[in-house]
Design a protein around this ligand. Sequence first.
Ligand SMILES: *Cc1c(COP(=O)(O)O)cnc(C)c1O
Length: 397
Amino acid sequence: MSEVFTGNFTQQEPIPEEAIEAAVRVMRHGRLHRYNIVAGEVSEAALLEQEFAAFTGSTYCLAVASGGYALAAALRAVGVGVGDKVLTNGFTLAPVPGAIASVGGVPVFVEVTDHLVMDLTDLQVKIASSGSRVLMLSHMRGHLVDMQALMAVCDAAGIAVIEDCAHTMGAAWNGVASGTQGVVGCYSTQTFKHLNSGEGGLLVTDNAEIMARATMLSGSYMLFDRHIAGAPSAVFEDIRLDTPNCSGRMDNLRAAILRPQLKDLPARCKAWNARYREVENGLRNVPAVRLVERPSNEDYVMSSFQFLLPEMDGAAIHDFVNRVATRGVELKWFGADQPSGFTSRHDSWRYAPSQELPQTDRVLAGLLDLRLPLTFSLSDCAQIARIIRDEVMKGRS
Ligand SMILES: *Cc1c(COP(=O)(O)O)cnc(C)c1O
């Protein structure tokens, strides 16, 4: 009998008791709206912003309704408007081109490399051909591009970089927190990311004017002085009547759930990486499997695992994915013809102009992905790797 894995790939850990108690306190007093405070009170949302700014080493932080909302607010706050081209990754998740489309922008996709990061040569080509002034850089699946090299390219061309850190909260490049090299960093606290409030997003920046615009956009009315990690009030003087209110605030209930989780984040990051390495070790030296080697400058946080099967054709991969599925291992294949589940292929975003990305198509054709929720033990991870290895070998015999 071949072994079958019985874990659930979408089951996250429960919310910690301390967070549940904090949520109950907010519900008991009833002031869920972030600007609903009594004299002398600082709201949970404002405290979360202060703590997350400190966590990333940023001057300012804004808590919003989702990661996608943070991305759209960042684009608008840096000045992207209708018809403006925005450079972004050809390999990312749908909320990224979606955020660009939501402000009337036009995504210009940049190729991905075999290391699953943005191709900096293609970036330079696309900067020149598009004339775009903004890059929305998605650290897709937790893989950080050489940030020094990327920032050198963008600084030289006068490109503002917005970082999508939905998969890199807690990660760093050369010791600098992901989300703080670009002008704005955006994070998600949706259930499948590194903090879980169901839905939610965070935006960090050191730029006071961008912060003030994002705050007005999020729906601060004229209550922006109730932020403690917000832009100085004087900065709002120039922009407060010119910036539309596109409500997308975070509420105190979510913020209360997130604050205790943020304290635990470093420990959780270690736990994810231990699981990642367990799978990585189990898949080392398996013929046909190519692992994504990680540069030493990168401090990653891997809540998912990626590997490539570059030698197999589509039919063989399709068959392989089905075989591992019957043994309880859920793999996402980025090369499938039809989008399913969480889409991540540029050709399934037809609202964006269709673009030729031969290198990205080739990489995605052989790319597989699995989630590593913290509810999996290390031995679960070892078992998952054994099943994958077993079925890769069978496919070759
Ligand atoms: C989840 C995700 C987002 C946006 O997050 P939401 O909070 O769901 O809007 C952005 N980018 C990537 C790569 C994501 O995976």
